[in-house]
Write a protein that binds this ligand. Structure first.
Ligand code: GLY
Length: 216
């Protein structure tokens, strides 16, 4: 890794677009990436989504490893093989299912997250708990996200990844049960679009989306 080359992109879902994807392809090309290269996607869900897509399309597919740095990407975005970009004003309009070669979770990243980022990730954890079991629901409600115990949070993250993995193994291409993972997302995507993919994080929008889905 000491000799690894860096590709740095602008943050935020509003940059999860064709321009940024094209920039990554250009950087891979000019920095001499070959079919044997491996792209390490270090960042939140935006990075794992667009980085996964760049890796899966450059030279017909490089290996890639996701190292999610936000709670949301640890429990949701970095696992399950969804990669993609927003296009023509529509969230995740272009993309492909492509599983990373590895996902590395490190609790240290959680401890420097802004509170709203923690809340956004916690919304996806509530989603997993609601669609999984009463036991996980009770455990999630017991967890104090305002005053987090990092060891406990990492254990909960592990359980969330297991929930998602169970669903994705059963229905990798979202023909059936995987649709449950989109709970709250129809409203969430509308809210995110209304704000131009700025000002509100995906996780926060999912939180509002689940409330709306349960009330209509
Ligand atoms: N974020 C929903 C899914 O991966 O299916």
């Amino acid at each position: 890794l000491h000799n690894a080359q860096h590709i740095i992109i602008e943050p935020g879902d509003s940059n999860k677009n064709l321009n940024t994807l094209s920039f990554i392809w250009e950087e891979l090309s000019t920095k001499g990436a070959t079919r044997h290269s491996c792209l390490i996607n270090l960042g939140g869900g935006m990075v794992t989504d667009i980085g996964g897509m760049a890796s899966s399309t450059f030279k017909r597919g490089l290996k890639f490893i996701n190292i999610p740095t936000t709670l949301l990407s640890m429990v949701d975005a970095s696992v399950g093989g969804k990669t993609g970009i927003n296009f023509n004003g529509v969230k995740n309009e272009i993309g492909l299912f492509s599983e990373s070669n590895a996902v590395i979770l490190h609790s240290a990243f959680l401890q420097t997250l802004p509170y709203n980022e923690l809340l956004g990730g916690f919304a996806e954890m509530i989603k997993h708990a609601l669609i999984d079991s009463e036991a996980l629901w009770a455990e999630t409600l017991r967890f104090d996200i305002e005053n987090p115990n990092w060891e406990e949070l990492l254990l909960l993250v592990k359980k969330n990844v297991e929930v998602k993995e169970r669903i994705v193994i059963e229905d990798p291409k979202e023909q059936n049960i995987r649709k449950a993972l989109n709970f709250g997302h129809t409203f969430a995507h509308a809210i995110e679009k209304m704000y131009g993919y700025k000002y509100i994080s995906h996780g926060e929008a999912v939180g509002f989306g689940m409330i709306l889905a349960c009330t209509v």
